[in-house]
Design a protein around this ligand. Structure first.
Ligand SMILES: NC(=O)c1ccc[n+]([C@@H]2O[C@H](COP(=O)([O-])OP(=O)(O)OC[C@H]3O[C@@H](n4cnc5c(N)ncnc54)[C@H](OP(=O)(O)O)[C@@H]3O)[C@@H](O)[C@H]2O)c1
Length: 329
């Protein structure tokens, strides 16, 4: 494959609103040891991209400063010591950054094959949510078949993925979302009960089922105390964001009496090895669900790369259901 010297990309010109996302021409990156270069066809848009743009989620020191945590496309070049990939292969990949561009480098072990039957547009939406859901709900939270699982933000990219994987693996799925339309989508995806949090109290509904064994939360704020009330004995609360803020006044005595666990994680700062291990688990446990028709990204909308600012306005409106993608070529 002949590679150009420069490429179109979107940079964050300074911390701020969507308008700081600026089209630029920059050098095509070169893959280092263990890395592949991907010719990007589609890039997924995620809420952490908006946090990075606003200056609240800095990329790790070794990562590209360009936004974009996931993409799909073709392998365009291999760095030294790469096995398992050939130039021309189609792939989707978790990225340390840099997905809003025509080319991106990432560790080869963080790329996954396109599931059979899926197109590149949908596949671009798999890595960030699948890595996050698998590592937090199943590795960290230890969710098992038959257990009660509550995921907040059920209509988000993360929520729509969590509902489908948990339901496919036999959990009883409860979720919250902010409108009747969003709740209907969540039920279609496999939620036993979708709770419109503007009208109903998730604590009472989940407690009536014996409490949640695992809760995946991105809301925080007053949800922290409410989640602990909704959690069953030996339950696990897994925190992946704090859209309503990270601080709360908590009485920890019930947590001790009910032997509950409070944990959480962010994906991006984890080591390459930790991410490679998650990728291997996704290939073994989640890719067969996708190829068996049990899981597919819920597609909200697409925007051309140059209109990344519009994509950010859409995700920050919270009007979307599922995933937003950028068409790169
Ligand atoms: N820890 C990690 O490694 C990691 C990785 C990826 C994403 N995340 C986090 O996971 C969350 C979901 O990510 P995503 O990309 O799937 O986001 P998304 O699609 O933008 O979803 C966020 C959803 O949360 C709901 N929500 C509930 N309370 C909210 C509030 N106070 N403010 C704004 N939205 C609220 C909104 O729907 P309603 O109408 O139902 O309110 C909104 O659609 C984000 O917070 C993101 O930062 C964490």
């Amino acid at each position: 494959m002949t590679l150009p010297e420069t490429m179109r990309a979107i940079e964050i010109s300074k911390p701020g609103g969507p308008e700081v996302l600026t089209p630029v021409e920059v050098p095509v990156p070169a893959p280092g040891p263990g890395q592949i270069l991907i010719e990007v066809h589609w890039a997924g848009v995620n809420r952490p991209d908006a946090l990075q743009r606003a200056g609240a989620y800095a990329p790790p020191p070794s990562a590209s400063p360009l936004p974009g945590l996931e993409a799909s496309g073709r392998v365009a070049a291999l760095g030294p010591d790469v096995s398992g990939w050939t130039v021309g292969d189609e792939a989707c990949a978790l990225l340390p950054g840099g997905g809003y561009a025509e080319y991106v480098v990432t560790p080869a072990a963080h790329a996954l094959p396109i599931p059979k039957g899926m197109n590149l547009r949908e596949a671009a939406c798999l890595p960030e949510t699948c890595y996050t859901v698998w590592s937090n709900v199943f590795i960290r939270g230890g969710l098992k078949a038959g257990e009660v699982f509550l995921v907040h933000g059920g209509s988000s990219g993360i929520g729509t993925t969590a509902i489908q994987i948990a339901a496919a693996l036999g959990a009883r799925v409860f979720t919250t979302a902010g409108s009747a339309e969003k709740c209907a989508t969540c039920k279609d995806l496999g939620a036993e009960r979708a709770i419109n949090y503007r009208e109903e109290d998730f604590v009472e509904i989940v407690k009536a089922e014996g409490g949640a064994d695992v809760i995946l939360d991105m809301v925080g704020g007053d949800y922290i105390a409410r989640n602990l009330r909704a959690l069953a004995e030996d339950g696990r609360l897994v925190q992946i964001a704090f859209l309503q803020g990270p601080k709360a006044e908590i009485n920890f005595a019930p947590m001790m009496m009910k032997r509950q666990t409070i944990t959480g994680s962010t994906l991006r700062p984890q080591s390459d090895l930790a991410k490679a291990r998650i990728a291997a688990e996704l290939r073994a446990h989640v890719w067969p669900l996708i190829e068996g028709g049990r899981l597919a990204p819920v597609m909200d909308s697409e925007f051309p790369l140059d209109q990344a600012a519009e994509a950010h306005r859409r995700i920050e409106s919270s009007g979307h259901i599922g995933k937003i993608v950028l068409k790169v070529r």
